[in-house]
Design a protein around this ligand. Structure first.
Ligand SMILES: *Cc1c(COP(=O)(O)O)cnc(C)c1O
Length: 221
């Protein structure tokens, strides 16, 4: 068996069935990703739009593609026809653009709102208050072609497990608060995308429903 397939299966066997694994294939060649596809697994995540488009063109069309990296508004139109879930919605402007482009082709696009939970300055994402403000706005209520499925976040890159745990627990708490305040009748708001190669076990313990794992499957980049 190919090593990447073995790595993938080891993770699948280890995590609860309720947690969805996104195989993060960024920087990896189509040939390698096809080993996994041919084993029957079809859920992949990419962080760059150009690369996502190219791989979507070159690979079988029944792949479920997730965008996990920063998305510029002017590139939305290229991925809206095929993307399954955008994890990285980090501005209201972007969300409105996704809605506009989705409306043009009569699709509904599933989105997660990315929250800033890490200590690092550089990571993208909303603060809790910013999300509340958006949700309460009339502009938001008018968006009919995006489906808000939950939240996404990245913990601080550190060996300090307590720190990481604290950040994941905070994201989970934000999710619960938004759910009970704004989405009680909405069963689509159900995902917490958190956990990468180094910290997915902690994320699952804190309530993750989706983990995004790259290097533990494909090797170092
Ligand atoms: C690259 C990336 C991942 C996967 O990272 P690994 O440490 O290789 O598992 C997950 N989420 C995002 C947003 C990424 O950019």
């Amino acid at each position: 068996m190919y090593q990447v397939v073995e790595n993938l299966n080891n993770i699948i066997n280890e995590i609860p069935k309720s947690v969805k694994l996104i195989a993060v294939s960024k920087t990896k060649p189509v040939e390698t990703i096809m080993h996994i596809y041919n084993s029957g697994y079809k859920i992949f995540g990419e962080s760059k739009v150009q690369e996502l488009i190219r791989k979507h063109e070159e690979m079988p069309k029944d792949i479920e593609w997730h965008l996990i990296g920063h998305l510029q508004s002017n590139k939305v139109k290229y991925i809206v026809p095929f993307v399954s879930l955008i994890h990285s919605v980090d501005s209201f402007k972007l969300l409105k653009t996704i809605n506009k482009e989705a409306l043009k082709i009569d699709r509904k696009i599933q989105c997660l709102l990315q929250m800033h939970i890490a200590e690092e300055e550089t990571k993208y994402g909303f603060l809790f208050d910013e999300i509340e403000k958006i949700i309460q706005s009339d502009d938001f209520k008018a968006l009919k072609n995006v489906v808000i499925c939950g939240l996404m976040g990245m913990a601080t890159f550190t060996d300090d497990e307590e720190q990481v745990k604290k950040e994941f627990t905070y994201l989970r708490k934000c999710f619960e608060m938004l759910k009970s305040k704004y989405f009680t009748q909405n069963y689509e708001f159900k995902e917490i995308s958190m956990g990468m190669s180094g910290d997915y076990r902690l994320a699952i313990d804190a309530g993750s429903t989706m983990i995004r794992v790259g290097s533990n499957i494909f090797g170092i980049r």
